[in-house]
Write a protein that binds this ligand. Sequence first.
Ligand code: ATP
Ligand code: MG
Length: 424
Amino acid sequence: MKETAMKNFYIPAPVLFALDRLHAAGYHAYVVGGCVRDFLMGRVPGDYDVTTSAKPEQTLAVFADCRVVETGLQHGTVTLVRGGMNIEITTYRVDGVYLDGRHPENVTFTDDLAEDLCRRDFTVNAMAYSPDSGVIDYHEGLRDMENRVISCVGSAEKRFSEDGLRILRALRFSAVLDFTPDGECAAGVRKLAPLLDKISRERIYVELTKLLGGPAAPRILRGYPDIIARILPGLSEISAEKTAERIERLRTFVKAHGIALPKKDADALHYALLFADTDAKLCRRLMQSLKPSREELNAAETVQKFGNSPDAFTEEPFVYAVKLLMKAGGDDFPKKTALYRYALGTLAEETALAAIGTADDLASRGVCVRLAQMNIGGSDLMPMGFAGPKIGAALNTLLDRVLREELENDREVLLCAAKDLAER
Ligand code: ATP
Ligand code: MG
């Protein structure tokens, strides 16, 4: 494995440029961490991080003629923006404790790559590579990768005590890579789980979202429901465990029917499924506690709200029920609601498929499902005597009749129906 990797390691040109420049200036530089791991596993790296012996000011001097962002100079990080990539270049460092739960309290720069690799969380994340030296693996990362285990660099208890987020990261990498925490790591996760209470919610959210999206998320949810419940006080372990089966059902269905599910929709569905047994109030509190963006919060909440409503998909005719969902949450919303309900086992497969097909068909034909698509607007109603909230109410009444196909979305027809309403 090591030899092939050394021969074929693909490094994008902007990253090679960064390594070459640093080498030419007399510094050591390697790609490190996730990109080395991903490349060795045949995965496409999300981003490339560089670790170097150059101190931050020296790095800035080396790239003085390039676009760089001083991302976190005190932590040794400079971002080189080149060829559409953001390459984080960080000075070899030894971390102090993470008192604020986000950044180590103090960092010390070092000249020794080995020390930098020691501060990294897991053996598979602690490998470095450069074209000259090949893969540098001081912590048996390659062996652990072969055995598909997540193992801490050094003592698990010590590493988790330094930064409690690593507890969740151990589960996240296990879910994403389809690995298993080794014995010491698993014991550390259980023993030190209370440390997660002190970790910033934003960091928890990032890791939990990746965990839920991982191919092995169901296995991790079944194996560690206590950890999931711990980071989401109010959520039961049973709910965490049940989410495993829900995510499996969702994925089987999506795969079997070739349904496109963009990442942000999948994320929203995972959270909606995780909180499916909670009421709307608790769902909101738990979601908000993770500090998601307004858009992310809204996405998960609306799926849950409409998915849990006994009325979803019951209105007759079916096409009207689908239109109501499109009106409420956009063209893709019947799909999300149907997938949610199917994953929970409260919607039959044929109904879910029919909802998705119907919504696709309506959207592709541009059928009117919302106010903005109506061939009439508020300014048409004012001369008829409508004012204030009555304008919106009248438009909604007309839209509902359009959705029911009692009225055509035709300007003359709608104006006529509006006049009738005004005279009532
Ligand atoms: P991803 O592909 O999800 O970005 P990654 O391995 O690149 O995975 P990052 O969170 O981007 O993960 O971190 C980059 C690298 O920094 C890791 O591979 C690891 O070496 C190190 N690292 C990140 N967070 C920690 C931490 N909390 N403790 C120790 N090392 C860490
Ligand atoms: Mg990364």
